[in-house]
Write a protein that binds this ligand. Structure first.
Ligand code: ZN
Length: 133
């Protein structure tokens, strides 16, 4: 893994949170993107070299809706950039981690993504992401 790519935060109302985080960073989000397959609307902020992703559910059975129902708003995942997501998935599986989707899927921000089950990562949902060339 190369670095933290972004931190994902689950929010109930992305419009309200966009204003809140714009005030926090002194800069508006640079992108809004809906990922229909995941049932989420996302927005991205830059803070120096770091990125924050806000996620709002767009349907009741979205993973984000379920997360907020169970745990409330807050940090949802940490995403790490990788060069070769297929190789990383195989490596992490052989290390004993549970990969939630062994076939990477297309996420927001032009990335291939895969998640590790929080049960195998001390309760932290970890996203691997590779830029789609
Ligand atoms: Zn993410």
């Amino acid at each position: 893994m190369k670095k933290i790519e972004h931190i994902g935060i689950a929010v109930k109302d992305i419009e309200a949170s966009n204003s809140l985080f714009a005030s926090l960073f002194g800069e508006a989000h640079y992108k809004i993107e809906e990922v229909v397959s995941e049932g989420v609307k996302t927005s991205f902020f830059r803070c120096g070299p770091n990125k924050i992703e806000l996620l709002e559910a767009t349907k009741p059975d979205s993973p984000i809706a379920k997360y907020i129902e169970k745990k409330g708003e807050g940090i949802h995942h940490i995403a790490f950039a990788v060069d070769d997501i297929y190789a990383e998935i195989n490596r992490l599986k052989s290390e004993g981690f549970t990969v939630l989707n062994e076939t990477p899927k297309k996420g927001a921000d032009n990335k291939l993504i895969a998640f590790l089950h929080p049960k195998t990562t001390n309760g932290v949902l970890i996203e691997l992401c590779q830029d789609i060339e």
